[in-house]
Design a protein around this ligand. Structure first.
Ligand SMILES: [Zn+2]
Length: 374
């Protein structure tokens, strides 16, 4: 069904090896480090000692939780900082990053503060829900997390993204008119096309729909529309429009809602039945809830694979939309090929890793399908 793999693609994938290996080594180091930290916390007295400190310093359970999990989050961040720095260094070395260290550290600090505010808020709700609904707290928390993520998706383009990138309405241009016209044709309501200033930080190109309801907008990275032909930008956009027409955002939210409820339900049952008795802990104590978190992350691994598989079916459908409904298969294939070169992606990534973790099908397969004779 597919054509032969082009030799330039194979050569590109091979040339990327040093780059990919550098990142892979960092990734594995990061995973081993967080596994070690978790093991030290739960299999040595360290976690209990941190909890004892929290109980001495704070009388209220909220204070104890914030102290306990805040300290853990900060320690994790400090341990992973050298790895993030090395990762940025690799992006520099291969000419993909353009962001200077000062601005990079600024972004790290902003991420930390944002995480503290959002994470702190979620933590308070988790703790309170254990008092409010001792048996069904996880149903309440699951519902809260889903609604909260919908709210964040809505606020992202107005509050979160502008913290890191310049976003402004795109100057009037024939390209902008074409994008809005395409939306009208498929009855997708969008008020504005935004320019996203990715170029001062990275060479990687991107385009997306962002926001929900009133905040919904088209966002095109300057790295995309300044380097690609209008046909290619329109084709990449047509793929994004396919997601909109298919309601993929809501389908994705529905699937993560299922995953959250299944994950929370199974993890809280396992924690109560086996984990807490084994450690002699209560779920309302910081250490007991840490055990729940660890159990939850194990339970969610297979659910993550299900989400990746589902996401890839939606990507195929969006490509199909660009191909059949807008006849932009050719420029989409061109754009995907250039993006894969530009973003240092691989045309044919490792099939096992791709199956388990990738949200998108291999670019090589997508391009060959778009180019296949109809
Ligand atoms: Zn997509």
């Amino acid at each position: 069904m597919f054509k032969e793999k082009p030799t330039e693609w194979i050569a590109h994938d091979r040339k990327l090896r040093p780059y990919l290996w550098s990142h892979r080594i960092l990734g594995v180091t990061g995973t081993i480090t967080s596994l070690l930290v978790t093991a030290v916390l739960i299999f040595t007295p360290t976690g209990r000692q941190l909890e004892a400190a929290a109980l001495t310093y704070f009388h209220s359970s909220l204070g104890q939780w914030i102290y306990f999990f805040g300290t853990l989050a900060l320690v994790m961040k400090l341990i992973s900082l050298p790895l993030s720095m090395a990762s940025h260094e690799i992006e520099w070395k291969f000419g993909l990053a353009k962001q200077k260290w000062g601005s990079w550290f600024g972004d790290q600090l902003k991420t930390l503060l944002l995480g503290a505010v959002l994470g702190g808020f979620v933590l308070v709700i988790l703790r309170l829900s254990l008092d409010w609904f001792p048996t069904y707290w996880w149903v309440f928390c699951g519902t809260f997390l889903i609604l909260f993520s919908i709210l964040l998706a809505q606020l992202a383009p107005v509050l979160l993204i502008p913290l890191f990138f310049k976003m402004k309405p795109m100057e009037p241009s024939p390209l902008k008119d074409r994008l809005l016209e395409l939306c009208r044709r498929f009855k997708i309501e969008v008020k504005e096309v935004y320019h996203l200033g990715l170029g001062e930080k990275t060479e990687k190109g991107n385009a997306a729909f962002m926001g929900l309801g009133r905040t919904k907008r088209i966002v095109i990275g300057d790295t995309l529309y300044e380097k690609f032909t209008p046909d290619e930008v329109e084709a990449v956009f047509a793929h994004e429009l396919g997601h909109q027409v298919h309601n993929d955002l809501w389908k994705g939210i529905a699937l993560s809602a299922i995953s959250i409820f299944v994950g929370f339900g199974v993890a809280q049952w396992l924690t109560r039945a086996y984990v807490l008795p084994r450690w002699g802990a209560e779920i309302t104590s910081p250490f007991g809830f840490l055990l729940f978190f660890v159990t939850l992350s194990i339970v969610q691994m297979p659910l993550g694979v299900v989400q990746a598989v589902y996401s890839r079916t939606r990507e195929w459908a969006a490509d199909e939309f660009a191909d059949v409904k807008t006849s932009l298969a050719k420029p989409l294939g061109e754009a995907l090929e250039r993006l894969t070169y530009q973003n240092f992606g691989r045309f044919f990534p490792n099939p096992v890793m791709a199956f388990l973790t990738h949200s998108h099908p291999a670019p090589g397969r997508r391009i060959l399908r778009l180019r296949a004779p109809k």
